[in-house]
Design a protein around this ligand. Sequence first.
Ligand code: ZN
Length: 261
Amino acid sequence: MAQTFTTTGLILKRRDYQENDRLFYVYTREHGKIELVAKGTKKITSKLNAYLEPFYLVNLMIAKGKFFDKLANANVIKNYENLRNDKDLVGFFIINYLTEIIDALIVGQTPQNKKYDLLLELLDILNEQIKKDIPHKKEFLLMLTNIYALKLLNFLGYRPEIQRCLICHKAILLTKNIFDFSRGGVICEDCKKVCLIEDYIKVSDSVIKLLQLAEINDLKYFLDMEANLPETDEYNKVIQRLLLVNMEKPIKSQEFYKIAS
Ligand SMILES: [Zn+2]
């Protein structure tokens, strides 16, 4: 009999494979991102299909295989139904955005512990917040998601420098700084005058403060914060450009953000 093991994970995406089967990409705590073949799941009669929607958190029983490990059984732990059923499509956008980030940034089958736990914490928070009547909800939920994204970049060793100027190493004074995406951090006004810097935007003091707070506080810290539109938009833009540099491909789900309300 084939060797089997169980694990829990978040289904990222699936694609058709051979005549009747599908391949599933699952993000797990213990094994990183894994690829599994699920026999017969292309048929609508397959019982497994009910448990295998993208962004379901599932228990999986897996049989070791020669080319692909095989999915033997699955059951759903959580389906984040508020995000999934959000009529304004903000939840749909966030699910797609997170899928792209994880798919691009998480490589290899290594234990994910903190990164994985942080993602599940984010999903629980978003699944609750999306039900509420919050001003500028779309921007606020994207900000929370981008705080997770910044923490993920830190875990992966792509931490941007936001405490000191990248060039003169002096502590950042809150006035007229820029964010340099090719070097990955903040540069002060004096250094900006004497250096050739191409890929940058000006960052306001409140966004630098938010970047600094995001680095040291957990996600719950930000729940009482109200979205201040210019600042939240600016913060989201900085993180998205930072993600672009590190993902090395465009974030397609940004199109969904435009149509979500
Ligand atoms: Zn400087």
